[in-house]
Design a protein around this ligand. Structure first.
Ligand code: AHR
Length: 512
């Protein structure tokens, strides 16, 4: 009898949770809060098989190409409208000398990529090839200049080579190398991780370096630069404080922050595909921690820049796991699971909801490295679950944010809990409203009742990304295991909406 009563109570609780509906309200959109398209930026580094093999392939590879640029990868990225690509690193940026990568390819010097696997860098992919890639992708370039092992003169020369329309030895060299008009590159990183691989500097020393380098990064006619300071490592708030204090706002368009979701330790990060619920939960908890970082760095920035003119640029983020078994540890290559899709969705919701300060972000790295959108294996190409999240979220680019109010149910694991649901919403220039919702709970369906106030809409359409297991991946043998499908588990009654979020899912809903 006791057992029966216990069973009845348990059933009652489960039914209550299933029936419970989470109320979500939104403030009206305003033109003060625009989700910059550059939040959806990416990062291509000379690391492992990102550039060589990912974008830039041998003539003998049997895929459609322009020069040696792989068009299947480019076409897939165009579909999700990538707005921005950061290059050449990462740590590689502070050992890259741009003049190695111009001129006839067979005369370019060979170097050692001493950050990533001590592999040969033949410099066949350099400035012209990168900017051609950006043209084909229809995205803006974001170049990280070398502070660590370069000079102010070297950086100044690169900018003149790229952006000067008049006649000078460097601009004429660009013409001789095949490019008549300047590219007018705008986003310019002054170093990378200057607290670490970029030179082990203190923030005091770096901020002085920044001012010196930035003084020689000239704005050529029609090509003003937006200079981005190398920012903090995760929780290093002192770095932000010192840089914001020492560098005048007019000299810096943005300051970066890097944050990786690492489930284990830096030495033993954890597998990309073999993990149980404890690691699933920890990864999501650590991913959500980025919101605390944004809040705290933003509060420091507010002190020195109350008008929010300086952007917080999260120019490296994503999950970093151990490399796939068999992969060269020095070059980094990891698979991408349903867990990664939830990490991408939640992080992008956080960025959207903080678009007053976060104006740019770059997922690391776009092809064949950490949380990649695309994996390649010779002629084959796989779109990862993370790719589909970016496909869902592209609707937010340059749209007006609808600030969200939500008290999420908890996803509990052991003695800990995190918010099971996260959401962001926006209104695009045609008036359509887009909601992107993630349910992190691996077992519970959760009903949501978004209330859109005075915003009027007549019909809804939706897509969902989900999978049976959080370890599921798209592989070269099963490339479409996880892919978006039409989503119908929602109800519309008048202008009331109820969305039943499946466990472990990402949903995009458009109301028009
Ligand atoms: O993304 C891999 C490396 O992580 C980057 O090169 C560096 O900036 C960071 O430490």
């Amino acid at each position: 009898m006791r057992k029966l009563i216990q069973l009845f109570i348990a059933l009652f609780i489960v039914c209550r949770i299933e029936a419970q509906s989470v109320k979500v309200t939104f403030d009206a959109p305003s033109s003060d809060l625009i989700i910059s398209r550059n939040i959806y930026g990416h990062f291509a580094e000379h690391l492992g098989r990102c550039i060589y093999d990912g974008f830039w392939v041998n003539d003998s590879l049997n895929v459609a190409k322009k020069d040696r640029l792989r068009l299947d990868v480019i076409d897939a990225l165009k579909k999700i409208k990538i707005p921005l690509l950061r290059w050449p690193g990462g740590c590689f940026a502070d050992e890259y000398h741009w003049s190695d990568g111009i001129g006839p390819r067979n005369q370019r010097p060979a170097r050692v990529n001493s950050n990533w696997g001590m592999v040969k860098e033949d410099n066949s992919f350099g400035t012209h090839e990168f900017l051609e890639l950006c043209t084909l992708l229809n995205c803006e370039p974001y170049i990280a200049g070398n502070v660590g092992s370069g000079t102010t003169q070297e950086m100044a020369n690169w900018i003149e080579y790229l952006n000067y329309d008049g006649s000078s030895t460097l601009a004429d060299l660009r013409r001789k190398n095949g490019r008549e008009k300047p590219w007018k590159v705008s986003y310019w990183g002054v170093g990378n991780e200057s607290w670490g691989c970029g030179g082990e500097m203190t923030p005091e020393y770096y901020s002085t370096q920044f001012k010196q380098y930035a003084s020689f990064c000239k704005n050529y006619p029609g090509a003003p630069l937006r200079k981005i300071a190398s920012g903090s490592n995760g929780e290093d708030y002192n770095w932000t404080e010192v840089c914001m204090k020492n560098i005048p706002n007019w000299q810096m368009w943005g300051i970066s922050m890097h944050y990786y979701t690492v489930t284990g330790t830096w030495q033993k990060k954890g597998s990309a595909t073999q993990f149980a619920e404890d690691e699933y939960f920890t990864a999501l908890k650590k991913c959500l921690h980025i919101e605390d970082l944004i809040n705290k760095h933003s509060a420091i920035m507010d002190k020195y820049d109350p008008q929010k003119k300086v952007a917080l640029v999260v120019d490296e983020w994503g999950i970093w796991t151990d490399p796939e078994p068999g992969a060269n540890a020095g070059i980094l290559y990891q698979q991408n699971s349903m867990r990664d899709a939830l990490i991408a969705a939640s992080t992008l919701n956080i960025f959207n909801n903080h678009c007053d300060r976060v104006k740019m972000a770059n997922l690391a790295q776009i092809v064949n490295v950490l949380q990649s959108l695309i994996l390649t294996n010779k002629e084959k190409m796989v779109l990862t679950p993370t790719y589909y999240v970016f496909d869902f979220y592209k609707v937010h680019q340059d749209s007006k944010l609808l600030p969200v109010h939500l008290s999420s149910p908890e996803y509990k694991f052991g003695n800990e809990s995190i918010a099971a649901i996260n959401i962001s919403a926006s209104q695009d220039s045609t008036g359509n409203i887009h909601l992107t919702i993630a349910n992190l709970d691996p077992t519970k369906k959760i009903s949501i009742n978004p209330s859109l106030g005075n915003l009027k809409w007549k019909k809804a359409e939706a897509r969902v990304l989900s999978s049976a297991k959080f370890t599921d991946v798209n592989s070269f043998t099963e490339p479409e295991k996880i892919k978006p499908v039409t989503f119908n588990d929602y109800k519309v009654s008048g202008d009331q909406l109820t969305v039943n979020m499946p466990p472990m899912s990402v949903v995009v809903i458009t109301l028009n």
